[in-house]
Design a protein around this ligand. Structure first.
Ligand code: ZN
Ligand code: ZN
Length: 329
């Protein structure tokens, strides 16, 4: 399938266009307004950010619970859930599609993990592939399978107002140290056409004798913005970057009913414009300019074409994350 929207939909669009076009125009006005506002918001946040006191950790280990690429025996899904372990504790970053799809519970158990072993939960942003499924996104409540809830309430660090079932929700408003020696970039925003203004927080850690590691969820605020913020928060050389970059250039993940959803949703562009090679070039240039030694790409919102280009063109040692794999960062 090479069309973003299967030709089977085109007659329907033609018939519905008197309704769809005015709706798109109204949406577009809000989207453009938010786009200007977001540029200013992010710039102010970066300008006002003070260097963060981050403890030096001896090691950072990443066990991938949910990803698009998966090791044999693990379930692949277009969501994200990463467990970070350091010598100071552990933190789960996102919960994929939570209870609505089998990957999160299956892969967690296959890795021999449960939520009781984790000190805290951080949610990158309030999208269904990170906070526990579509019902979770609709009612703004982070959701994990009920039978997996930890016995004791733990902190859940959120980038925006939301609840977290079975956790103590805490909204992070600016860059700060969270737990396990891991810090939040604080919310960074992006105007998304369908989903509106979206806040996302990246994770940062300072690894002894290596430098700074930065991980994103979907990467909506763009790597350029995340790396600018990281540079304000720490003077350490950048050692590793990883996570989602939202680069569905030739394809999307989780396509349904002839629609490549990721090429329309979450791109930071109106639906009639697509993510293209120029966007990918900017991301590659930003990462190369920042000069990390290692890059850990997420395939959950980036197509194989873009992953291959990045593997070839990034100067860092570049890997594509796989569910079921553990990485010593
Ligand atoms: Zn995502
Ligand atoms: Zn997203």
């Amino acid at each position: 399938m090479s069309f973003r929207l299967s030709p089977a939909w085109w007659p329907f669009l033609a018939v519905a266009s008197p309704l769809i076009i005015p709706w798109l125009l109204i949406k577009n006005r809000q989207f453009q307004e938010d786009r200007e506002r977001v540029v200013q918001m992010n710039q102010n946040r970066i300008d006002q950010a003070e260097p963060l006191e981050m403890p030096e950790i001896n090691f950072l280990e990443l066990a991938v619970v949910v990803e698009w690429k998966a090791k044999e025996g693990f379930i692949s899904d277009a969501g994200v859930s990463y467990l970070f372990r350091t010598d100071l504790g552990s933190m789960l970053y996102d919960v994929g599609f939570g209870p609505t799809r089998p990957a999160f519970a299956h892969n967690l158990s296959k890795l021999g993990l449960d939520l009781d072993q984790m000190d805290s939960l951080t949610i990158s942003h309030l999208h269904c592939d990170h906070m526990g499924g579509l019902p979770a996104q609709r009612c703004r409540k982070v959701t994990v399978p009920k039978d997996l809830l930890p016995g004791k309430e733990k902190a859940c660090y959120l980038p925006d107002m939301a609840e977290a079932e079975g956790f103590k929700a805490q909204v992070i408003e600016k860059p700060q140290l969270l737990a396990a020696g891991i810090a939040s970039s604080g919310p960074l925003a992006r105007s998304l056409f369908m989903m509106g203004l979206t806040e996302e927080q990246a994770l940062l850690a300072r690894i002894k004798n290596k430098g700074l590691a930065v991980f994103t969820g979907c990467g909506h605020p763009t790597m350029e913005v995340v790396l600018k913020m990281a540079g304000r928060l720490s003077g350490e050389p950048l050692y590793a970057v990883g996570g989602g970059l939202h680069m569905p250039v030739t394809d999307g993940r989780g396509n349904r009913a002839g629609i490549k959803f990721q090429t329309f949703l979450g791109t930071g562009k109106p639906p009639w414009q697509k993510i293209d090679d120029k966007d990918l070039n900017r991301t590659i240039d930003a990462i190369n300019a920042a000069g990390p030694k290692k890059v850990y790409l997420s395939g959950h919102d980036t197509c194989d074409y873009a992953l291959d280009r990045m593997k070839r063109e990034l100067k860092a040692e570049t890997k594509v994350l796989q569910a079921g794999e553990t990485y010593r960062i």
